[in-house]
Structure formats: C-alpha cells, structure tokens
Design a protein around this ligand. Structure first.
Ligand SMILES: Cc1ncc(COP(=O)(O)O)c(C=O)c1O
Length: 246
C-alpha cells in the first residue's frame, strides 16, 4: 500500500494531515523551516512587511537588502564579503557556475556523484551528453559506503579527472558539504582541503553548496564547509535563510 501524506497545516515542530492527525516533522520540510512551521515571530515579520511594502526591485534602495547582506557577510570567514541575492538555490548554483566559467575562461565543472544541486546543469547533465556545460562527476567520498571508506584518498579521483578527463584546466568544483537529497551523506574527513588545492592550482573556483547545511544545521559549525577546514571561493545558500539575521 502506498502511503500518501496530505499535509494541510504546520505548527512549529508539528504537521497535521487532512484528518487532523499530528506528525512530528523531524525533517523540517527538507531542512527548510529551521525555526519551525508558522513561527509566530516570522509570521508577524511577514505581516508587518506585507502591510508596508510588498515588492521592491533590487534597482531601488531598500535597507533590508543591505542589512541582510551585511548580516550574512558577518557570518562568513576570509574574504567572503560580497553577497548577491537570487531567487532559489538552483539559481544561486547556476550563477556560481557561470561566474566560475567566466572567471576561469573554462567550461568544465567537477561535481560529485550522488549530489543534488537543484534543477541545475550539474545535476542533470554530464559530459557524456556532449552538450554545452561539461560536468565531470567524480567518485563520491562517501565515508560509510565508499570504496575508500572514510579515507581522504577520494581526492585522487579529482586529480585523475583533471589530468585525464579535461584540458588540464577547469572552471571549478561544486559540492554540498553534506549531501542532503543523496541521503545525509557526509564527505570523508579531510576530503575538501586537497580537492580545493587541486582546483585552485588549475585555475578553478571552489563552490560550497550550503543549501541544506548552512545556518548551524550541522550542529557543530555555522557552515558545513567549516567541518572540512576550508574556505570556498563562493558559497551558495537557500532554504532556512529566513530568521538567520533577526
Ligand atoms: C543541496 C541543494 N542545493 C540546491 C537545491 C536547490 O534549491 P532550490 O530548490 O531552492 O532551487 C537544493 C534543494 O533541495 C539542495 O538540497
């Protein structure tokens, strides 16, 4: 029998189906509602804003945009001080890859197998399709089921792709810092550091997709990439952005 959940209401950590049956949402709406469903403070902030001004484009000044950008930048290490707002996680990743390609003047992006980056090129298109976009999917450094266990040897596959699957230059590397849709799969410890160094050496840009990991959702660190002791060139984020700055 197929189990279909028809969720019609949410209240903080609980969800309710059409029969009023209550469920504990241990998944937080795919880690999107980080403060619970219909949190009263968030509702009142939305209501206040809705009464005042419902839309302004980024071509006009609005303090909220600048305040929010400043708040985000303050949470970032290193030189990560430039913030650009788009519409979704997918769009953020597409823009990040576009920037990597423009910056490096290369097409080839390296991504992990079993990754999810939204409805973007790097999720659906691999280089075998011979379409504009060239994505190389390298071995997933899965510490639980991967061939090298929790060893950081997986980084060698990235070097192998650079050496034998590309012109020797790449646009960049994109990965989640814990794979979300792929099944909450952490990266093998120590994986990102050598990979970021390899990518940097061949002129590429390192992108950390924090759509499911940022904003303290790993528990130990504010950003997932901090668990690997690296600083990316670009960090993309979506879900759970709300309330991070209030
Ligand atoms: C890691 C990751 N990146 C990107 C996306 C895409 O985000 P959006 O659905 O906002 O386009 C998702 C969505 O689940 C995601 O989990």
């Amino acid at each position: 029998m197929m189990f279909e959940l028809n969720i019609v209401e949410g209240k903080m950590q609980y969800l309710f189906d059409e029969n009023g049956r209550r469920y504990l949402d241990a998944f937080a709406g795919i880690v999107t509602v980080s403060c619970g469903h219909c949190h009263p403070e968030i509702l009142s902030a939305i209501e206040e804003q809705n009464k005042l001004l419902q839309h302004a484009t980024t071509i006009y000044l609005h303090h909220a945009i600048a305040d929010f950008a400043e708040g985000l930048a303050a949470k970032m290490p290193g030189n990560l001080k430039v913030v650009y707002f788009v519409n979704s996680g997918t769009e953020a990743n597409e823009l990040a890859m576009l920037m990597a390609r423009l910056y490096s003047v290369n097409l080839g992006m390296i991504a992990l197998r079993n990754a999810y980056h939204g409805g973007s090129w790097c999720h659906w298109i691999d280089s075998s399709k011979h379409m504009e976009g060239e994505i190389h999917h390298v071995v997933n450094p899965n510490p639980y089921r991967g061939v090298f266990g929790s060893n950081s040897l997986y980084a060698q596959d990235v070097q192998d792709h650079i050496d034998h699957g590309t012109s020797g230059r790449v646009a960049g590397f994109i990965s989640e810092t814990i794979q979300g849709v792929g099944g909450a799969v952490e990266l093998a410890p120590g994986y990102l550091k050598p990979v970021y160094e390899m990518i940097c050496k061949v002129g590429g840009v390192c992108i950390a997709d924090e759509v499911q990991t940022g904003f303290g959702r790993t528990g130990s660190h504010y950003w997932g990439f901090q668990t690997q002791d690296v600083i990316p060139d670009i960090v993309t984020m979506a879900k759970a952005l709300k309330k991070c700055h209030r």
